[in-house]
Design a protein around this ligand. Structure first.
Ligand SMILES: Nc1ncnc2c1ncn2[C@@H]1O[C@H](COP(=O)(O)OP(=O)(O)OP(=O)(O)O)[C@@H](O)[C@H]1O
Length: 251
């Protein structure tokens, strides 16, 4: 089987997304094969998070479609195959929840709602908490954690179901270097067993070595898709903090 024939984890076809009457994504085509590790790069406001949210079904397509493992997202039900770490938000979302509860929500689609967690589930949660070094905080309220610690809890929630596809939107923003390294090691182990990774990042840090391919966005379009090192001139943009400025300043 040639790489072109291998199964697609993500297929984005002619995707346009409208937010508040503005076309934020325009005609995106992207195919990600199972086992690939893809970085999505680009300036602030270029549409990276919008693309990620549309891939996980949080935003509707105005035109075109997204398929996960061959199924159009509106009909996709196998969410346990997908782990998603959102761009930094408060993990608690205003609801009082402990670290353990938030991580256990990553297993919800694996078991029926309200059915008790089995021993295997508990063990998976403990392992995910160990990976992010939060096991000793398991009974603490997430709202009482620091921002970086909350992000580590979200990472544990995404890893706990051992998903085939990890979709990460700046997963380690605000996370210290030691924790970034621990997370990169956890992702490397999963990649070695065939997990597909799509990751938005402004600073790949220890993840850099894992990337097979980079996609660079600008103003809602893909302007580069290829080997990571050739993307450097496009992407190592020390950002103008606006996509309306004169454009990129390659470093
Ligand atoms: N709810 C919304 N309504 C209208 N426009 C929006 C909305 N959310 C985002 N946008 C706009 O869509 C564009 C893309 O935003 P997006 O968050 O996808 O960018 P990004 O590349 O992820 O940026 P960053 O690097 O800053 O996270 C921006 O111009 C933003 O202002």
């Amino acid at each position: 089987m040639t790489p072109e024939d291998s199964p697609q984890a993500v297929q984005v076809s002619d995707l346009s997304v409208d937010l508040g009457g503005r076309l934020v994504l325009r005609g995106i085509d992207l195919r990600i094969r199972q086992g690939e590790v893809v970085a999505v790069l680009g300036t602030n406001g270029s549409g990276k998070s919008t693309l990620i949210k549309t891939i996980v079904g949080l935003l509707p397509a105005a035109r075109g479609e997204v398929r996960l493992f061959g199924t159009p997202v509106p009909r996709f039900r196998q969410w346990r195959r997908v782990g998603y770490v959102p761009q930094r938000i408060t993990a608690a979302g205003g609801v009082p929840a402990t670290v353990f509860e938030v991580v256990s929500s990553g297993l919800l689609s694996k078991r029926r709602l309200f059915s008790p967690l089995g021993a295997a589930g508990k063990q998976a949660i403990e392992q995910a908490l160990e990976v992010v070094d939060m096991a000793d905080r398991r009974t603490d309220a997430v709202a009482e954690l620091s921002g970086g610690q909350q992000q580590r809890v979200l990472i544990a929630r995404a890893l706990v179901s051992d998903p085939e596809l990890l979709i990460l939107d700046e997963p380690t923003a605000g996370v210290d270097l030691a924790s970034q390294q621990i997370f990169a090691d956890a992702v490397r182990d999963r990649v070695a067993s065939g997990t597909t990774v799509v990751m938005v990042s402004h600073d790949l840090g220890p993840m850099d070595a894992l990337i097979d391919r980079s996609v660079v966005m600008r103003r809602g379009r893909i302007v580069y898709d290829g080997p990571p090192h050739a993307s450097q001139t496009h992407a190592h943009v020390h950002h103008s903090h606006s996509d309306d400025g004169p454009g990129w300043t390659p470093s």
